[in-house]
Ligand binder design. Structure first.
Ligand code: HSE
Length: 323
């Protein structure tokens, strides 16, 4: 395959946990997402030339920015095969089009973008599993532990269950045609590493685990049956959501507003502060997103961004030159 000089890729935002599936369930969104451009360079290693859209919060040191960490891991994986060769280095440009510390998989999107951009420069030499492993190196560096429920759906699209971390085994779940998602990102932030520490320190009761086990099984069953009503009822979390709800001002009231307005189900995305709800039509999803934003404003005085629409079926992708 010809090796391109320069590529541009898009890596989408993701929802994780989806209620009962802490660290094992994730879903890709159509918007927002990050763009990464990459080109070969004669200087060895990875350089981050520019980061835009981050309000100056991110580092251009490739060892401290997930886009650089993931890109470096991808190059190392390629170099492990001594029969292949490549130019000495890679330059990267990261365009953030999604908020940091939002619960929408911002670090996963940048990690996947860095890994995919390198793989596209390499003419697609490495496979999807390596892409995931390299992106996870980036994700792990900032999130305070391994969790793949943003990285995996960002790569694959759709709704994904991580059956096992060691060895990594993924199961793509069916996405009912009518399923629509509503997302609200209130303008506050939750640091994932801190939100994970709260969970790690807690001892859980077996009754709480049993509740989530039942709901996780029901959620998978509902997707296979195309049963949106059951799917919605399965969006509940006895383990993690109660611990994290206090980190997001207005969450409890916002969730109630979505459910009162007929949402199929509603929960925190990842560690928050973003909140998602499910619906069965475009109009209902857009309405839910607006109502959730209104409630965050009324209760907590927070402005929000909203997104609604279908699940992203494609995942991270190369952006063609004519797009
Ligand atoms: N599953 C992870 C968590 C996602 O809830 O901590 C973090 O975005």
């Amino acid at each position: 395959m010809p090796i391109p000089e320069r590529v541009r890729v898009h890596a989408p935002a993701t929802l994780s946990n989806l209620g009962p599936g802490f660290d094992v369930l994730g879903l890709a969104l159509n918007e927002p997402g990050d763009y990464v451009e990459a080109e070969w360079s004669d200087s060895p290693g990875v350089e981050i030339m520019e980061v835009r859209g981050d309000d100056g919060q991110l580092n251009c040191d490739p060892t401290r920015n997930v886009v650089g960490i993931a890109a470096t891991a991808m190059l190392a994986a390629h170099d492990a095969d001594e029969t292949t060769s490549r130019p000495p280095g890679v330059r990267l440009w990261l365009e953030k089009q999604m908020p940091l510390a939002s619960g929408l998989g911002s670090s996963a999107a940048s990690s996947v973008g860095g890994a995919l951009a390198v793989n596209e420069l390499l003419g697609g030499a490495l496979d999807r599993d390596q892409l995931i492993v390299s992106a996870l190196e980036g994700e792990q560096a900032v999130s305070g532990g391994i969790h793949a429920d943003n990285v995996v759906p960002c790569v694959t699209g759709g709704i994904v269950l991580i059956r096992s971390y060691s060895p990594m085994e993924l199961l793509s779940l069916p996405v009912p045609d009518a399923l629509r998602v509503a997302v609200v990102h209130p303008h506050t932030s939750v640091v994932t590493a801190e939100a994970r520490r709260i969970v790690a320190e807690r001892r859980f009761r077996i009754t709480e685990a049993v509740a989530n086990l039942g709901q996780l099984g029901a959620l998978v069953t509902a997707l296979h049956r195309g049963d949106l009503e059951l799917f919605g009822r399965a969006i509940s979390d006895a383990l993690v959501e109660p611990l994290r709800a206090p980190l997001v001002p207005g969450f409890v009231e916002t969730k109630q507003a979505a459910l009162d307005a007929g949402a199929l189900g509603c929960s925190l995305s990842g560690s928050g502060p973003s909140v998602f709800a499910f619906a069965a039509t475009d109009d209902h999803a857009a309405d839910l997103a607006g109502r959730m934003a209104d409630r965050f404003s009324e209760v907590a005085g927070l402005d929000s961004d909203t997104y609604s629409g279908k699940v992203n079926a494609r995942g991270a992708r190369k952006v063609e030159e004519d797009e």
